[in-house]
Ligand binder design. Structure first.
Ligand SMILES: Nc1ncnc2c1ncn2[C@@H]1O[C@H](COP(=O)(O)OP(=O)(O)O)[C@@H](O)[C@H]1O
Ligand SMILES: [Mg+2]
Length: 272
């Protein structure tokens, strides 16, 4: 293979980290998600969009081991995996910032970041938690997110945007292979949103594969490599961001609802 061919292959065939085939979920006989296929490559930001209730969070809960899929396959680095727990998904290198905030109010920022993942060492057979090292790592992760926040602050003193920042720091300390962010920008101020988008782009450059969920079309257009649209528990399609327009994405999200809205608008005008 000469140099030219090698480069072309690398561009056309990015390394797929995560592959999902025909995945779905039913709760008590109701299918809330069906037959979803998706690929995620190294160094890719793959955005999921869809109206409320479209199934986005359920989808990522299948990837993060919160729920067990009712159908389909998950493949990480080419290996078929079945996640029976969140831990198993984490071991595969997948870390998720869920839409719901789940910090322990009376734990500090540092304790929340390392909850269930305390680092310890053994000296003469006795285990010691490495407090100082954890504090340093927590400070680094918080610093990376562009905010000033003492890691000794108890979580109940944080406002909504700081809670989100801590939740993100909590996954970043584990340097995941696949990072999933479920509507991370929702409670953030304009300034914090900008910082977070820059950070996500920076993580992409390190080769991290990122699934990003947002309601904000501007954010979709700013950060995505590819965009997958969900509607009513189905995947409507995946488009390259460079080929996509905001109006096109909204049309995919709304489907017939958009036609109804447009038809309604025309009727309204005629009526006048
Ligand atoms: N644990 C559950 N039990 C039953 N239904 C659920 C459960 N979780 C989600 N759903 C339903 O699945 C559908 C998709 O929800 P969700 O994945 O949260 O959508 P999105 O994140 O796109 O807003 C909704 O109709 C929701 O009510
Ligand atoms: Mg959701």
């Amino acid at each position: 293979m000469n140099e030219e061919t090698k480069e072309r292959v690398a561009v056309e065939d990015p390394r797929v980290v995560l592959e999902v085939e025909g995945i779905g979920k039913e709760f008590n006989g109701v299918w809330v998600l069906q037959d979803i296929a998706l690929q995620l490559a190294e160094g890719e930001i793959h955005t999921l969009v869809g109206e409320n209730g479209a199934g986005k969070s359920t989808f990522i809960k299948l990837l993060s081991g919160v729920h067990k899929p009712s159908q389909g396959k998950i493949r990480v680095d080419g290996r078929d995996l079945t996640f029976s727990s969140v831990r198993e998904s984490e071991i595969a290198g997948i870390r998720t910032v869920h839409q719901e905030i789940n910090l322990v109010p009376f734990f500090t920022v540092c304790q929340n970041i390392f909850i269930g993942a305390e680092e310890s060492t053994r000296v003469a057979g006795i285990g010691f938690v490495k407090d100082r090292e954890m504090k340093k790592k927590a400070e680094r992760a918080i610093g990376l997110l562009g905010v000033k926040l003492p890691v000794t602050t108890p979580a109940h003193e944080l406002d909504a945007s700081m809670e989100r920042i801590v939740q993100i720091a909590k996954v970043l300390v584990h340097s995941p292979k696949v990072l999933i962010l479920d509507e991370p920008t929702t409670p953030l101020s304009e300034e914090e949103r900008k910082t977070l988008l820059q950070i996500i782009k920076g993580l992409k450059k390190t080769g991290m594969a990122i699934i990003f969920i947002t309601h904000n079309i501007e954010e979709v257009m700013e950060v995505s490599d590819r965009v997958t649209v969900f509607r009513d528990g189905h995947k409507i399609g995946t488009v390259e961001r460079k080929d996509a327009s905001p109006a096109g994405i909204v049309a995919m999200m709304l489907g017939q609802e958009l036609q109804r809205l447009q038809a309604g608008g025309l009727l309204f005008l005629r009526g006048r």
